[in-house]
Design a protein around this ligand. Structure first.
Ligand SMILES: NC(=O)c1ccc[n+]([C@@H]2O[C@H](COP(=O)([O-])OP(=O)(O)OC[C@H]3O[C@@H](n4cnc5c(N)ncnc54)[C@H](O)[C@@H]3O)[C@@H](O)[C@H]2O)c1
Length: 283
């Protein structure tokens, strides 16, 4: 099914774009009409294939896709990703920070080595991305989209940044202290970045999306490690299923688009009601 979201150009940079939510998001930007999409991932062959595949769906007449290898937890690698993107495309309008966050959700739940490793990867990766992308966005002119209905042109500002949280950013869950803490930190990074003077002066929007279970290779390995994950999806989620990757990708493209030009500093659950305080009971 073709996406109903439309973008009239703009350059998207998506990390973790070799698989799962990241790949689907990068493809969704191509399909929505982005002029260029940068597919970045630690898996270089994977992003080369995904970038190639995107040409099938791209709608912009001058569409260009580029695959770049990046380790999102390495400062030099992230700076180099942003520098290469600016050199090739001259700007970044929609930046999405996704990668396989480490979960390591087996006991002991508060092993300090695990905690340090998870923090170094999950928290540092988000900070490095925001730092590098925000500086690049601040140096570019705002992107303005043609008006709709009775209204004049709408400015996207100098860019939009979306970070991947999780419902573990919003609620506690047993057995995942390190992962849950790091995902709460992603919201802290997003909120701090959203009120940073650079974001406000440059009109850069920063938001987080917080999915519950999503059907990706990451959730498949979680199920292999712990069959209770499948049991939870089948029995504890309101719709008795995981989200599909396109349900999450569409949400991210919407948040990045001019339609969301007044949405800033939010952590939006995409969970079919999983984090509502009371369980959703059968009627
Ligand atoms: N799948 C879920 O149920 C779910 C739910 C909530 C939140 N999330 C979050 O969404 C994000 C993506 O999850 P997914 O399920 O799509 O994962 P995935 O494992 O399917 O894909 C992640 C991608 O990240 C890449 N990657 C791994 N380490 C990297 C690194 N250091 N630098 C750059 N790229 C790297 C992998 O090569 C892979 O292509 C994670 O942050 C996860 O915490 C996932």
């Amino acid at each position: 099914m073709a996406s109903k979201l439309t973008l009239d150009g703009g350059i998207a940079l998506v990390t973790g774009a070799a698989g799962g939510i990241g790949k689907e998001t990068a493809l969704a930007f191509a399909e929505a009409g982005a002029k260029g999409v940068i597919f970045a991932d630690i898996n270089h062959e994977g992003v080369q294939a995904a970038a190639e595949e995107s040409r099938k769906y791209a709608r912009h007449a001058e569409y260009r896709a580029l695959a770049i290898k990046v380790d999102i937890s390495n400062a030099e690698s992230v700076q180099s990703l942003v520098a290469s993107t600016m050199k090739e495309f001259g700007r970044i309008d929609y930046a999405v920070n996704i990668w396989r966050a480490i979960s390591l959700s087996r006991p002991p739940t508060l092993d300090l080595d695990v905690f340090s490793k998870v923090s170094d990867t999950n928290i540092l990766g988000a900070v490095l991305f925001v730092r590098a992308v925000m500086a690049a966005m601040a140096s570019q002119e705002p992107l303005v989209f043609p008006g709709t209905r009775r209204h004049g042109p709408r400015s996207l500002g100098r860019g939009s940044i979306v970070l991947l949280g999780s419902t573990n950013s919003l609620i506690g869950a047993p057995g995942v202290i390190s992962y849950g803490t790091s995902k709460h930190a992603v919201i802290g990074i997003m909120k701090s970045a959203a009120v940073d003077s650079l974001a406000l002066q440059s009109a850069i929007r920063v938001n987080t999306v917080c999915p519950a279970f999503v059907d990706t290779p990451m959730i498949q390995s979680a199920i292999e490690m712990n069959p209770m994950v499948k049991h939870a999806i089948d029995n504890m989620t309101p719709f008795k299923r995981a989200a599909t990757v396109d349900e999450v990708a569409d949400y991210i493209v919407f948040l990045s688009s001019p339609s969301a030009s007044f949405i800033h500093g939010t952590a939006l659950a995409i969970d079919a009601g999983f984090t509502l305080p009371a369980p959703v009971l059968p009627q």
